[in-house]
Design a protein around this ligand. Structure first.
Ligand code: SF4
Ligand code: SF4
Length: 291
């Protein structure tokens, strides 16, 4: 039985038609930039792009991993890293006039440092052209790299270092093959050890088949690794070939996760059906810094 649960009305998505949406799209096209907003078919694209918020995806469009929830193409990347890409990201950030930018990437297990230096160059290029823009990066796990890879990225001093755990440990083999739950946790803990002033962030999706107890355990694990911010959002199956959707988590259940997470000491939590790790990231971060 492949029947999927029916989409509830709290998963509502507005059509992307605003002027701001098209302006954002044009800036991305002009700078030949790929966004995760489009590649992942994010339901918030209309809202985010109208406000000039986009999450850029660097290091190409083909990922060397094959997470079963993810809509990014997987395989052997056809091209080397593009040395001009950091400059194009910086140009787009400046043109968009962003207060906060989220930069993510595909995984490049074919590159020795996993793209660490490329991330660092991108951070530095953005910083140079837009010194007041806060920079959030959402990185791969660098699992096959020497420990120095992570150090290179941290030394470039992003404001927020995000790496998503994506799901509970029991679902890793089917959801995130190629990744290891405790490696990812430890990665974030190391970021904090390397630079205690840097904010760390992680997130999971729900509706993949996890139970509530396991979600609570992930929160405890994250806090034990000193992670500051947490996001929890509803998994949406991109195509029938992707990981099956187990259920739609109700807004009430999300509210209980949010409350529990704040109770466990996270500084910032976003837990709603349409939460994505980059959703309202800038607004939330600005609020936190002002408080
Ligand atoms: Fe893009 Fe993130 Fe907004 Fe989705 S939530 S449209 S990925 S910025
Ligand atoms: Fe998608 Fe990231 Fe997994 Fe690659 S590593 S398949 S981009 S979620």
């Amino acid at each position: 039985d492949n029947a999927q649960p029916k989409k509830p009305d709290w998963i509502r998505v507005k059509a992307p038609t605003s002027k701001g949406y098209f302006e954002t799209r044009n800036i991305m096209r002009e700078n030949k930039l790929v966004t995760v907003c489009e590649e992942a078919g994010c339901p918030n694209v209309g809202e985010c792009w109208s406000q000039g918020h986009a999450t850029m995806m660097i290091m190409g469009e083909v990922c060397t991993r094959a997470c079963t929830f993810c809509n990014i193409a997987t395989g052997k990347p056809p091209e080397d890293l593009d040395v001009f890409e950091p400059g194009r990201v910086a140009a787009a950030v400046k043109k968009l006039g962003l207060n906060h930018v989220v930069i993510t990437s595909v995984d490049r297990d074919d590159v020795e440092d996993g793209g660490a230096e490329h991330f660092a160059q991108t951070i530095r290029a953005v910083r140079k052209q837009s010194p007041d823009t806060t920079i959030e990066i959402l990185t791969p796990d660098f699992i096959r790299c020497a420990p120095e890879a992570l150090e290179v990225v941290v030394e470039a001093r992003p404001d927020v270092f995000n790496h998503n755990l994506e799901t509970v440990p029991g679902l890793y083999p089917e959801v995130r093959p190629g990744a290891r739950y405790f490696h990812s946790l430890r990665l974030l803990q190391r970021v904090k050890e390397l630079d205690p002033s840097m904010f760390t962030k992680s997130g999971i999706m729900v509706g993949l088949g996890e139970d509530k107890q396991a979600v609570m355990q992930v929160m405890d694990d994250m806090r034990a690794a000193d992670i500051d911010f947490m996001t929890i959002g509803q998994y949406l199956q991109p195509t029938p070939k992707h990981h099956a959707l187990d259920r739609f988590v109700t807004p009430e259940e999300f509210a209980t996760y949010e409350k529990a997470a704040y109770g466990k000491g996270f500084l910032m939590v976003s837990a709603t059906p349409l939460t994505r790790s980059s959703y309202h990231a800038g607004d939330d971060f600005a609020r936190l810094r002002a408080s």
